[in-house]
Design a protein around this ligand. Sequence first.
Ligand SMILES: Nc1ncnc2c1ncn2[C@@H]1O[C@H](COP(=O)(O)OP(=O)(O)OP(=O)(O)O)[C@@H](O)[C@H]1O
Length: 200
Amino acid sequence: MSEPVVETIGLTVKLGGETVLKDVDLKVRQGEIVALTGVNGAGKSTLLRCLAGLQRPSGGEVRVLGREPEDSPGFWREVAVSGDEPSWYPGLSAAEHLELMGTVHQGSRMSVADALENFGLTARADSPPVNYSTGQRQRLTLAAALMRPSSLLLLDEPERGLDRDFRDRLGDLLCEYPGTVVMATHSAELAARGREVALG
Ligand SMILES: Nc1ncnc2c1ncn2[C@@H]1O[C@H](COP(=O)(O)OP(=O)(O)OP(=O)(O)O)[C@@H](O)[C@H]1O
């Protein structure tokens, strides 16, 4: 059987004297969608940060794509992350932000036109993101993450700010993604699109 894309063994994280994650064992296989669920403060974002190499574990092991996560161009070519809202470039439209993404990351998974269409932003393509609604900005953030080539998506509450119809559409887009998805979510519908792993 192939090696897991994501594996944690006895992952423990202590922050500010508090044990946030204790002995978490997780295995995610190629092509799986895993939904991390749990109450506020259960440690979902912390686990995602460990997988992205942004949080050092206090104990245990983390392996992503067969190695320890590391802040290197090779790692970030494979791993796309969407969490907190990114900073937007002043003066650039939404379409131009996506064009920039396509230029920086060669081999986009979708054209800018298709990304705008898929994320329901075609009519607002020429507006700057600062003039977008909260949900429209979240759509653009997700479009940028899903457009770039990757084999692993790490998404923190991707449903944030999205209306019900688009949450369903996002579920479809994640199911169509050919790689592996690990997301933290409070949406039962989105969690049902994959295998739920409850924390806390
Ligand atoms: N830098 C930090 N210092 C101290 N405690 C922290 C720090 N970052 C997070 N925590 C604590 O770790 C716990 C887990 O936080 P985390 O953000 O991982 O939870 P979560 O499951 O993603 O919650 P939510 O559903 O609210 O997004 C919380 O109790 C939080 O207060």
